[in-house]
Design a protein around this ligand. Structure first.
Ligand SMILES: Cc1ncc(COP(=O)(O)O)c(C=O)c1O
Length: 406
């Protein structure tokens, strides 16, 4: 049954309900998930799809990873939420483990990725004011063009995606954008009031853009030289996606602040974090920042389990080995004009004659493979890291088919 030409009553009823009652801020493919396991999603009609998006890396360890769901079940039977008005016996162990994994002193737990970014902006400005001595209201933060850090008002203020910005002004001042990968432009943008450089080490939404080899080391050196905080947004690139715990590891670069989200919540709960040393996160005092759900016991229990999983290195190795295979297979598909990325993370440009990214992703969905298009002619492959070599091969056969009909 083709999902596009022969949509079932159940599928169309579910889509109609969404359409009627859910704000139209997304344009999803016509697939209605009912259950999922490992790398597979099953829809309301029992049709199975190989998930090659993994909720934008939030499901790195597979749908309903049994170790993670066991931790969640156990915590559901203990305590789920107390707010930060009280302590919980889960938060300290989680923050200690996460800080150790990052090689830092402290953790500021939040929920969504955008919240982590917002929090880091506040921390950097406060650090600029309290530690660096930047005059009140004068701090600037350098960002990259074509960045994606979320959709809140401050974050879209330094986006150059007109769809994300149009009609949403006035915008938050204090940001300077330079081309991603251009260390000289970044150096020229730094002045005495620069408090931070905020970057995705590999740009995700922009199409999995890997910077030149010397870029991140040069950014690191510039930040050190000018007493500027280097903030790595690893919300999509981190936690084994690229074959390393952090994408920054590929260049042996250690930022001052890591931002994590998505996979940190094990695909179960929203959990994000700002991780840094005490001389940075220590600028926050009671009342200056917070979140009712940030660091709740359920999320903390799940986050601790995610850190334990990452400490084994198993998923990092899987991503490296299978990523090479994925990249090799993608490059061999006729109509593919470029493949970028690292590990099980690939941005694939396709020839316009084959169709748009959206058209090819629809054809792929008809064949049981779920991917996401971005910027017209690019597809993103980011399967859960539990995917097998055979499943990759199966997906690549479906991809080759989807690329041959025009
Ligand atoms: C690099 C990066 N930062 C931040 C975010 C925002 O995360 P969230 O959607 O959880 O707010 C995203 C989401 O795709 C992202 O890719």
């Amino acid at each position: 049954m083709s999902i596009v030409s022969d949509i079932s009553t159940r599928t169309s009823a579910a889509i109609a309900l969404d359409d009627r009652y859910t704000a139209h801020n997304y344009a999803p493919l016509p697939v209605v998930a009912a259950s999922a396991e490992g790398a597979w999603i099953t829809d309301v009609d029992g049709r199975r799809y190989l998930d090659c998006l993994a909720a934008y890396s939030a499901v790195n360890f597979g749908h309903r990873n049994p170790v993670i769901t066991a931790a969640a079940h156990a915590q559901l039977d203990a305590v789920t939420l107390v707010s930060r008005a009280f302590h919980s016996d889960r938060l300290g162990p989680f923050c200690r483990a996460l800080a150790a994994m990052c090689g830092k002193d402290m953790v500021l737990p939040m929920n969504s990725g955008a919240e982590a970014v917002e929090s880091a902006i506040k921390v950097a400005r406060k650090w600029g004011s309290d530690v660096k001595g930047v005059p009140a209201g004068q701090a600037n933060i350098i960002v990259a063009r074509n960045n994606f850090h979320g959709r809140t008002t401050t974050i879209i203020s330094f986006s150059d995606d007109q769809t994300a910005r149009g009609g949403f002004g006035p915008f938050t001042p204090g940001f300077r954008a330079v081309p991603f990968g251009d260390a000289a432009a970044l150096a020229a943008a730094i002045d005495g009031n620069t408090v931070a450089v905020l970057l995705e080490p590999i740009q995700g939404e922009a199409g999995i853009i890997v910077p030149p080899a010397d870029f991140l080391p040069r950014v690191r050196a510039l930040c050190t030289e000018h007493n500027v905080l280097m903030i790595a947004d690893e919300i999509q690139s981190g936690l084994a996606r690229t074959g390393r715990t952090f994408a920054c590891d590929h260049w042996d670069v250690v930022p001052d602040i890591y931002l994590l989200g998505k996979a940190l919540g094990g695909g179960v709960v929203p959990l994000s974090a700002v991780i840094a040393n005490r001389d940075i996160l220590g600028v926050l005092h009671p009342g200056e920042h917070g979140s009712t759900f940030g660091g709740n016991p359920l999320a903390a229990a799940i986050g601790s389990t995610v850190v334990e999983i990452l400490n084994t290195g198993e998923y990092q190795s899987r991503s490296t080995e299978l990523g090479e295979h994925l990249h090799h297979r993608l490059a061999g598909v006729p109509g593919v004009t470029a493949v970028r990325g690292k590990g099980l993370w690939a941005g694939v440009d396709i020839d316009a004659q084959v169709g748009t990214g959206k058209q090819v992703s629809l054809r792929l969905a008809e064949r049981g493979v779920l991917v996401k298009d971005t910027h017209g002619q690019t597809l993103r492959f980011a399967p859960p890291l539990v995917i097998t070599k055979d499943e990759i091969d199966w997906a690549m056969e479906r991809f080759a088919e989807a690329m041959t009909i025009g």
